[in-house]
Structures are given as C-alpha cells and as structure tokens.
Design a protein around this ligand. Structure first.
Ligand SMILES: *[C@@H]1O[C@H](CO)[C@@H](O)[C@H](O)[C@H]1NC(C)=O
Ligand SMILES: *[C@@H]1O[C@H](CO)[C@@H](O)[C@H](O)[C@H]1NC(C)=O
Ligand SMILES: *[C@@H]1O[C@H](CO)[C@@H](O)[C@H](O)[C@H]1NC(C)=O
Ligand SMILES: *[C@@H]1O[C@H](CO)[C@@H](O)[C@H](O)[C@H]1NC(C)=O
Ligand SMILES: *[C@@H]1O[C@H](CO)[C@@H](O)[C@H](O)[C@H]1NC(C)=O
Ligand SMILES: *[C@@H]1O[C@H](CO)[C@@H](O)[C@H](O)[C@H]1NC(C)=O
Ligand SMILES: *[C@@H]1O[C@H](CO)[C@@H](O)[C@H](O)[C@H]1NC(C)=O
Ligand SMILES: *[C@@H]1O[C@H](CO)[C@@H](O)[C@H](O)[C@H]1NC(C)=O
Ligand SMILES: *[C@@H]1O[C@H](CO)[C@@H](O)[C@H](O)[C@H]1NC(C)=O
Ligand SMILES: *[C@@H]1O[C@H](CO)[C@@H](O)[C@H](O)[C@H]1NC(C)=O
Ligand SMILES: *[C@@H]1O[C@H](CO)[C@@H](O)[C@H](O)[C@H]1NC(C)=O
Ligand SMILES: *[C@@H]1O[C@H](CO)[C@@H](O)[C@H](O)[C@H]1NC(C)=O
Length: 416
C-alpha cells in the first residue's frame, strides 16, 4: 500500500475523536551542564562511518575519548507539542502522561496515524482518562534544531522536559487551564534514558516512570549504532532535511520531464513543507531495511507500518549519540518504576531479553539495583511477547499499553 498526504488527512478526519488535541509550539528557557567534545563533525557519509566505527570500537568508551570537559548551555528553544485530553472532561483530578520519544522518531511515535490510529498510545491513554503531552525532542521534528555536537545533547533535552512538566504542574502550560498534581513520565529507548535522568535530577517532578524499550545493559547498543548504517540526514532525505524545495523539484520536473510528472500524478511535490536545512552531524538510519532491523520483530508487524516509520523517520545528532549512555548509575527517584521491553529488543537486550544464562529473569531485571530508593513493590519489569524495540509499531502494541495501564492503576496513578 502506498502512503500519501491526502490519505493521511482522510484518516485523521475519519478517526473517532475520543480526545481533544491541541498542537502548540512552546518556548522554554533552559540551561544544562553539558559535555564539550573535541571532534571534527563528519562532513560526508563516509566520515559518518568513521564516527560509527569510533562509537562501536570495543574496549574503550568513545564518549570519554572525545570529552574535553563540561560547560553550561543556556538558551530559549521552541518545543513542538501536542496536548490531548479526554473529550468528556469528567475527571476533576486528571493525571497527565508526559511522553518522550526515542531515536528515529518524533512525537508521532505515540500517535501513529496508521490504521486509523489503532496503534496510538495517546488514544489508548485518553481512552483511559489520562491527558497526554507528547513533544518533539530538541533537534527533532518541528522543535528547535541546534548545533549537533556540543549543543543538542541529552541533558539539554532533559531540562526542556522538566520545564514542560513544571508548566503542567503549575497550570501555566499554554492553552491548558489545569494544574496537574499527578504526572507520569513515559519514555521510549533514548526517551527512557532521558526519563530516567529526569527522575534522578528532579525526584519530585514525577510521580511514576515507565521506561519502554530500555534496560541499563549497554552491551548491545553497538548493534543499533552499526545496524542503522547511519548517513547524513540532509543527503538521505533532501526534501525533508536539506534546502531543496519541493516546489523547485516540481517546476524542474515540469520543465524538463513532464512524462515523470504525469507518471507521478497525483504526487504534488510543491505542497511539501519547507525542508529543515539541517547541518552535517544530524545523522539518520539509511534504509527501510535498517529501520526494520533496529525496531521490529519479523512477522510481528504490519509492513505498512514500517513504510510509515521510514517515510517519517527522524535524525539523531552526534551529541545525542555520545551522551545517550551518560545517565547516573544511582537514581534517587523513590516512586513507582516499570521497565517494559519487547522480548526481541535489539539495542537493550541484543535481540533476546530472556537470554541471561539463568542469572536473572530478564535483561531488565537488574535495573532494580539502579533504584535503591524504590521499594520492591513499586518496581516491576515486563517482557512484552512477540515484539521488537519499536513496541508501538508491533501488532500487539495495545497489549503492551494495557500492561502499562494496569501498573499505573495498581499504583494509584490514575485520574479521579
Ligand atoms: C497535531 O499534529 C499532529 C502531527 O504531530 C497531526 O497528526 C494532528 O492532525 C494535529 N492536530 C491538530 C488538531 O491540528
Ligand atoms: C575517531 O577517533 C579518532 C581517535 O581515536 C579520531 O582521531 C577521529 O577524529 C575520530 N573520527 C570521528 C569521525 O569520530
Ligand atoms: C563513558 O564515558 C562518559 C564520559 O566520561 C560517562 O559519562 C559514561 O558513563 C561512560 N559510559 C560507560 C558505559 O562507562
Ligand atoms: C520560535 O517560534 C516562533 C514562532 O514560530 C519564532 O518567531 C521564534 O523565532 C522561534 N524561536 C526560536 C528560539 O527558534
Ligand atoms: C490495528 O488493526 C489492524 C487491522 O484490523 C490489526 O491487524 C492490528 O493488529 C491492529 N493494531 C493494533 C495495535 O491494535
Ligand atoms: C480508543 O477508543 C475508541 C472508541 O472506543 C476506539 O475506537 C479506539 O480503538 C481506541 N484506541 C485505542 C488505541 O485503543
Ligand atoms: C511539522 O510541521 C509540518 C509542517 O507544518 C507538518 O507537516 C508535520 O506534520 C509536523 N510534524 C510534526 C512531527 O509535528
Ligand atoms: C479555567 O478553569 C476555571 C475553573 O475550572 C474556570 O472558572 C475558568 O473560566 C477557566 N479559564 C479559562 C480561560 O478557560
Ligand atoms: C521533594 O520531596 C521531598 C520528600 O517529599 C521533600 O522533602 C523535598 O523538600 C522536596 N523537594 C522539593 C525541591 O520540592
Ligand atoms: C509505592 O508507591 C506508592 C505510590 O507512589 C507510594 O504511595 C507507596 O508509599 C510506595 N511504597 C513504598 C513501600 O514505598
Ligand atoms: C548484559 O546482558 C547480557 C545478556 O544477558 C549479559 O551476558 C551481560 O553480563 C549483561 N551485562 C551487564 C553489565 O549486566
Ligand atoms: C499481547 O500482549 C499481552 C500483554 O503482554 C499478552 O498478554 C498477549 O498474550 C499478547 N498477545 C499476543 C498475540 O502476543
């Protein structure tokens, strides 16, 4: 099946609206202690390979090799957000879930349009009386893009998430007339690493965290770095990430290759949004095959969902990859924690979360040791069957959502 803009629009109009969503660009003024790396930003695709070779070399920590010190990054940045709330508005004390996406996606990871939104985490959550805030992380989607080595790094993004959360708690989030007293943070992959760091840096900012597609075991992250076959985003999808205007392509084709225009009808390049003109150092997985390798378990996904993922894929910065693993080993958070990953998760389980040689129930089990303040009854892990790293793209995505919802309910983190 092919995917086109008119079709997406039709799907949106047709979707049963159980929630009211508003999209807003929210400026945040933030500051974070960030790493300073001494590294020449790769300028070609072949130089991106050099960077990945450095990242995946065994026996050394390349983040540490490239690190020269720390500095404070301060600035005002735009965050592109979507806030959704159940349309019945029956709850007087609604709980909100703050959703942080991982590498390769934007906020639509939580609200996939595919199949009339039946994979949508946002719809599942609003169906269960939660409000949700999803957003494009800094450097991704329609949020601000900065310098890719020493500016767009994990801790600046964590500071932005903290700021958005404070607005929700204080009732100052634009267009949202409510002070939330119950806030749950849900992450996926790199978004889970950031959620973990957020809870550690600001233990009072969250009432519970759900880390999806995650573990603290870094043995297999190299599979992700290598398997992505990363290249410069501006060369891989120039109509989205370079400075090539769709309208320019359209008029060149019309002038010199009318038969191609006829052949491609009804594709309308001139209606494409303005490209983002990303600098080198924003890198992206190269092909749909790489995308499948990173995120899906063979046979347990709809090929059409992979098409959407490839067409909407997002880049990652060098600075993000270098700081992905820079999370505190001891987390101060004391509230409920769930770690849930697909049984075949690639980057955090090496393709099999149950293969621990009998030393633990799953690769995720050991995460409990990172949370010394969390009571045993408030920590749980779950291995979602027949699922790869991209839980929300799997046939049984809503099965995983139900497991998360039960945990939150058991911990009293519900709207009332
Ligand atoms: C909000 O943005 C999402 C894409 O992130 C889009 O699917 C949706 O239609 C937008 N909603 C509104 C109400 O404009
Ligand atoms: C790779 O690491 C070496 C040092 O081990 C460094 O000289 C080189 O600049 C690095 N290249 C990239 C693209 O990371
Ligand atoms: C790698 O080095 C960085 C910077 O020193 C550090 O923050 C990180 O924890 C190290 N990672 C591992 C897996 O040791
Ligand atoms: C944020 O977006 C507004 C409106 O689109 C724009 O005027 C402003 O320059 C942007 N700010 C930053 C820091 O990008
Ligand atoms: C969405 O609907 C399709 C078609 O009915 C089904 O195959 C798929 O499993 C559903 N996905 C989810 C996440 O419910
Ligand atoms: C949300 O509820 C609507 C209406 O009952 C239903 O059609 C839809 O499938 C639900 N969405 C999800 C993701 O569970
Ligand atoms: C970003 O903005 C463009 C242009 O308005 C829109 O087509 C696209 O859906 C938006 N993407 C996200 C992730 O919000
Ligand atoms: C905000 O909510 C309060 C009470 O819930 C209501 O009285 C007030 O009119 C609302 N303000 C706006 C701007 O909607
Ligand atoms: C965080 O919560 C703890 C325990 O409830 C409390 O002692 C502390 O003052 C709080 N810190 C802030 C900054 O609110
Ligand atoms: C578990 O978490 C709940 C909800 O935050 C809290 O009320 C309870 O005290 C915690 N249990 C223990 C033993 O700390
Ligand atoms: C990571 O998981 C693998 C597979 O279970 C295991 O062999 C290895 O010891 C784990 N590494 C750490 C640091 O726990
Ligand atoms: C879907 O996920 C739920 C929750 O993990 C699980 O109980 C169920 O067996 C799964 N269904 C399939 C067909 O894998």
């Amino acid at each position: 099946m092919s995917f086109s803009r008119p079709l997406t629009l039709a799907m949106f109009v047709a979707s049963a609206a159980a929630s009211i969503c508003t999209n807003r660009t929210v400026p945040v003024t933030i500051s974070a202690r960030q790493a300073v790396f001494d590294l020449a930003v790769p300028q070609t695709n072949l130089e991106v390979t050099d960077f990945i070779l450095n990242m995946t070399q065994q026996g050394r920590n390349f983040t540490d090799v490239a690190l020269t010190g720390y500095d404070t990054t301060t600035g005002t940045y735009n965050i592109s957000t979507m806030f959704c709330t159940p349309d019945d508005g029956s709850s007087t004390n609604p709980a909100v879930q703050v959703l942080t996406h991982g590498i390769g996606f934007d906020k639509t990871y939580w609200h996939l349009s595919y199949n009339n939104y039946n994979y949508s985490y946002v719809d599942f959550a609003t169906n269960h009386s939660y409000s949700t805030l999803s957003f494009d992380r800094l450097g991704t989607g329609n949020s601000s893009h900065g310098e890719p080595l020493n500016e767009i790094q994990s801790y600046l993004e964590v500071a932005a998430t903290a700021e958005l959360t404070k607005m929700l708690r204080e009732g100052t989030f634009p267009g949202v007339n409510h002070s939330f007293t119950k806030v749950v943070h849900v992450g996926h992959s790199f978004g889970s690493a950031q959620t973990y760091a957020l809870a550690s840096l600001y233990p009072n900012i969250t009432d519970g965290i759900i880390l999806t597609g995650y573990s603290m075991n870094t043995s297999f992250v190299g599979y992700f770095a290598a398997g992505g076959n990363f290249v410069q985003a501006n060369l891989n999808q120039p109509l989205r990430f370079n400075s090539v205007l769709g309208s320019t392509i359209q008029s060149l084709l019309t002038m010199y290759a009318q038969p191609i225009v006829d052949y491609l009808t009804p594709l309308d390049f001139s209606s494409l949004p303005a490209p983002q003109d990303l600098p080198n150092g924003y890198i992206i997985s190269q092909t749909i095959e790489a995308n499948k390798y990173l995120f899906l378990k063979p046979l347990f996904y709809d090929p059409g969902v992979l098409q959407v993922a490839e067409q909407t894929k997002q880049p990652v910065t060098l600075g993000e990859l270098l700081t992905l693993g820079s999370v505190p080993a001891v987390n101060n958070f004391a509230g409920p924690v769930m770690v849930i990953s697909g049984d075949s998760d690639l980057p955090f389980c090496g393709g099999d979360c149950l293969a621990t040689g009998g030393s633990a129930p799953s690769v995720m089990s050991s995460v409990s040791t990172n949370f010394p303040n969390v009571a045993a009854e408030n920590f749980t892990t779950y291995v979602q069957p027949n699922t790869g790293h991209g839980i929300n793209l799997s046939y049984n995505a809503t099965g995983a959502y139900a497991v998360i919802a039960s945990f939150l309910e058991a911990k009293g983190l519900v709207s009332s």
